[in-house]
Design a protein around this ligand. Structure first.
Ligand SMILES: NC(=O)c1ccc[n+]([C@@H]2O[C@H](COP(=O)([O-])OP(=O)(O)OC[C@H]3O[C@@H](n4cnc5c(N)ncnc54)[C@H](OP(=O)(O)O)[C@@H]3O)[C@@H](O)[C@H]2O)c1
Length: 331
């Protein structure tokens, strides 16, 4: 399989390379592309060095699959060019997620809706993936009515410049030009992920609402979100309150989650066992714990979800989509 990555030097792009290697994805030729400033950099895949190239040069290689991870402007501009030459694009940006013509895929949930005709496939937002991985199997049994989610999102979710800001604030060497958040992030918390919209919510919060409904193919679920940036290097956490249409049985809830592919239940509070972002680093699974009834509201429960935003939240999910396309011979 001839494979290209756009944004290969980024936080997600680098993890995509690792995930392809870890999962033994069959790559016959690999092409890694970056912005102009990083062309010629060497990145390692399977102990071999690869020099990064421009997107134009990548296009000339006619890859079978291209993983895009360089922001929505680049995806909007270049993904259609790759489709013209026969490539299938898996896009990690927000460019196509809410496009009615494009599918928004979490392989464990809705990959079966894909066909050979899907040439641009959207990877959901990191905070959406970990939420829906847990919501969906519970929805099948108990029918989700309303969700209240508060996120605790790590700085790597913003990209490599955010990590530089936090590290330099810690060292006391930050310059004005290096700040990408409007306030310090080191030893601080920002109730602010992505840009604010006119409705008072941020784009990240509305992505959680709209993408969840699209993936679950259900416009009736009520969902409200508060997305918060925390000074954690990697791994997003979410406090989630769910109200179901049917009365949930807690033992059965555990059973469903224990049997769900891609989910690990960590829930022994007496032994201080619960999901934490630090422990999620480099893991492909979504971790869930603190599962308990909400005594303030009928048919409701609270739980805590953690995942590595650079793995299942982005790179792993994209590579799983590529694996599915290969298995079905759609590429
Ligand atoms: N970080 C996450 O947890 C996460 C999760 C889900 C989705 N995403 C999405 O994934 C994408 C990448 O995020 P990231 O965190 O990896 O960002 P990042 O660390 O800032 O990396 C951005 C990558 O895009 C490349 N790039 C930037 N401008 C470009 C241009 N004009 N032409 C070609 N390449 C260009 C960069 O190349 P240079 O090295 O040359 O600058 C770099 O490889 C974004 O769309 C983001 O929303 C991120």
């Amino acid at each position: 399989m001839k494979l290209g990555i756009v944004g290969a030097t980024g936080m997600v792009g680098r993890v995509m390379i690792d995930v392809l290697e870890n999962r033994k994805f069959p790559v016959s030729e690999l092409y890694l592309s970056t912005s102009e400033k990083s062309i010629g950099k060497e990145l390692i895949f399977r102990k071999k060095g690869y020099q990064t190239i421009s997107i134009k040069e990548l296009l000339s290689k006619k890859p079978n699959i291209v993983l895009f991870s360089a922001g929505s402007y680049i995806s909007k501009k270049w993904a259609p060019e790759f489709v013209k030459i026969g490539s299938t694009v898996i896009d990690n940006s927000s460019a196509w997620r809410m496009d009615d013509e494009k599918k928004l895929i979490i392989p464990e949930i809705n990959a079966s809706c894909l066909s050979k005709k899907d040439k641009i496939i959207a990877n959901p937002n990191c905070s959406t993936i970990q939420l829906v991985m847990v919501l969906y199997p519970l929805h099948l049994e108990y029918c989700v009515d309303r969700v209240i989610v508060s996120t605790y999102q790590s700085v790597t979710g913003t990209g490599s410049k955010a990590l530089i800001q936090m590290n330099k604030e810690k060292e006391g060497t930050i310059s004005f030009e290096e700040k990408i958040y409007p306030h310090p992030i080191y030893q601080n918390i920002l109730p602010h992920c992505d840009d604010f919209l006119e409705n008072g919510y941020t784009m990240e919060e509305m992505k959680l609402v709209e993408e969840t409904k699209k993936i679950m193919n259900n416009r009736d679920i009520s969902l409200t979100a508060t997305a918060v940036r925390v000074p954690v290097i990697g791994g997003h956490s979410e406090s989630v309150n769910i109200t179901f249409k049917k009365e949930p049985n807690i033992d059965h809830i555990y059973d469903i989650l224990l049997k769900s592919k891609g989910i690990i239940v960590q829930d022994s509070p007496q032994e201080n066992i619960y999901p934490m972002p630090f422990m999620s680093h480099g893991k492909d699974e979504v971790f869930v714990g603190r599962i308990r009834e909400d005594y303030s509201c009928l048919n409701s429960l609270n739980l805590w979800i953690v995942a590595d935003n650079l793995r299942k939240g982005s790179a792993t999910n994209a590579v799983q989509i590529a694996e599915f396309l290969m298995k079905k011979k759609y590429v």
